[in-house]
Design a protein around this ligand. Structure first.
Ligand SMILES: [Zn+2]
Length: 533
């Protein structure tokens, strides 16, 4: 993107400290945030050969409202004197939060002076047609401001990761966060020895489970317990007490496959969808941010590779299908809640409760279930659901539409109620204000005022509760509305299934629970949790 194919464009970067950096981006001093902005902008300039950095302007005005910004004044003056062609900022809000200033400079003066404005994090670019509206809205709407903050933090984190800085609050087992620089890993002398011994145990022939069992019998603290013992705050949710969190095959496997022990950092594997939706999604490996030799290695490359090869060799499946099985991640033990893992024999494939294998707990659900039998059973259940849906669908096709209208009507009514109450709240507030004035003017005495205030407070409380309950109801109907729609779309895709695949299972089924065998009746409970009701 060069300005009309022009090259050698003179760029001025404008940096500003801001409140949100202060508490969110880092625990360091304020200069950290400036460093991040500078890094980010410089990276951008380096990627665009048509740009040449000529000036940097840096202010410490936290509000962005322009109370005291000498560097901003210098920037504007340089623009006016045509010393720049491009003004580059982390975001439009860094430039200013004041809509008047944005309007005056970005949308008017800069145009006049032939200066292009780019805000990286919020994709503001005066050279792109149609960008103006969004820039204006961006400056106006508070909700977008929040998103902006979230993106700014993300950009800052991303830039840190690209520099090989460790950004998680928790160090991986074997390491600690340096006391001098909380973006750097240092070796934990105790835990790193445990990591080394895990690699050695694997190379002498023990498997993941055997290693977990060995560590547990030797009373070696698991990563969670170790953190707890070192008084590092944990953010895991578990109903087990810390002492019970023992080594599992997964914990061992994680250590044996993590390249962090070679001294490399691989970050940015997961992200949240947006600032509103905090659901975590996994990123594809080509988006991971990988920086080598960022810290001291615990395992040498030769040992790591030996283990890597050994893992591949030992875990080669009996049947070389190579594919993930279709129930993967869906089937759990009804007795203990652990996942059911796949097991092969020469003639059949089975699923069996993993508790008995992971090295520390035992489950009463001992018998395996045959894979093909489960598959048949689930296929049948799904087809029954589909048939039931269509039978029902024909009957209630009309009533579904009615229901939909009903939900919409209910929601509208609730919104109206909500607005009425809000109006009432404002009215009461004004009333209170007038009461206060009456008191000041001596129209009513203190006792009377107190009594009226009490009445007001209880009324206010009542309104608040009513608003809460309405919000709850609206949410409920919205969920119902959405659920209806989802179910409709799902069933519309399938009529009668002949064979299952992973996609179908994922769409229809949340979880499958397999119970233990009832010896008297020779049956077992199989419970399906559907993705809909
Ligand atoms: Zn179990």
């Amino acid at each position: 993107m060069s300005k009309g194919g022009k090259t050698n464009l003179r760029v001025g970067i404008y940096l500003r400290l801001s409140n949100e950096d202060k508490d969110k981006v880092s625990k360091d001093d304020d200069s950290e945030s400036i460093k991040n902005q500078r890094n980010m902008l410089n990276q951008y300039i380096n990627k665009h050969p048509e740009f040449i950095l000529v000036q940097e302007y840096c202010d410490e005005d936290l509000s962005g409202a322009g109370t005291y910004r000498p560097e901003f004044a210098r920037l504007i003056s340089d623009c006016e004197n045509r010393k720049l062609d491009v003004v580059l900022c982390k975001s439009q809000s860094r430039f200013s939060r004041d809509m008047e200033i944005i309007e005056k400079y970005i949308n008017n003066k800069f145009k006049e002076w032939n200066i292009r404005f780019i805000g990286l994090a919020d994709n503001a670019d005066t050279e792109i047609l149609g960008n103006k509206k969004s820039r204006q809205i961006n400056g106006l709407v508070n909700e977008w401001y929040l998103e902006d903050v979230s993106n700014n933090i993300r950009s800052a984190f991303k830039s840190k990761m690209k520099q090989g800085e460790f950004i998680s609050p928790f160090a991986p087992f074997g390491y600690a966060i340096s006391s001098r620089n909380n973006n750097k890993l240092v070796i934990d002398p105790v835990a790193s020895e445990i990591v080394k011994s895990i690699y050695n145990l694997y190379l002498v022939g023990l498997g993941f489970t055997a290693i977990a069992k060995y560590l547990n019998t030797k009373k070696i603290p698991s990563p969670s317990l170790y953190k707890y013992q070192k008084k590092i705050k944990l953010n895991i949710i578990s109903n087990r007490s810390r002492e019970e969190i023992k080594w599992s095959m997964n914990a061992v496997k994680k250590i044996l496959t993590n390249e962090v022990y070679l001294g490399h950092l691989i970050q940015g594997k997961r992200t949240t969808i947006s600032y509103k939706n905090h659901k975590i999604v996994n990123k594809s490996p080509n988006e991971w941010i990988r920086v080598e030799n960022t810290h001291a290695a615990i395992i040498d490359e030769e040992t790591f590779n030996k283990v890597k090869t050994a893992i591949l060799k030992r875990s080669r499946p009996l049947k070389k299908t190579g594919a993930v099985h279709i129930f993967s991640g869906k089937v759990f033990c009804q007795e203990c809640g652990q996942y059911m893992r796949k097991k092969n024999s020469t003639s059949h494939e089975y699923l069996v409760c993993s508790s008995n294998k992971d090295g520390y707990s035992n489950c009463i659900n001992k018998s395996a279930i045959r894979y093909d039998i489960l598959e048949e059973l689930i296929l049948d259940s799904i087809n029954k659901k589909i048939k039931k849906y269509y039978d029902l669908h024909l009957l209630v096709k009309e009533s579904l539409q009615q229901q939909k209208n009903k939900f919409a009507k209910k929601i509208n009514l609730l919104i109206k109620q909500k607005n009425d109450i809000k109006k009432q709240v404002i009215k009461t507030k004004n009333y209170l204000k007038s009461l206060y004035e009456d008191k000041v003017n001596g129209v009513i005495n203190v006792e009377q005022f107190k009594e009226l205030i009490t009445t007001y407070n209880s009324e206010d409380e009542k309104f608040k509760n009513e608003l809460k309950s309405i919000a709850k109801k609206i949410n409920y109907y919205k969920l119902k509305e959405a659920a209806n729609k989802n179910r409709k779309e799902l069933f519309a895709k399938y009529r009668q299934l002949k064979k299952l695949n992973k996609v179908i299972i994922d769409e229809f089924i949340d979880k499958i629970y397999i119970g233990k065998i009832d010896n008297e009746l020779n049956t077992r409970d199989i419970e399906i949790k559907w993705n809909f009701t």
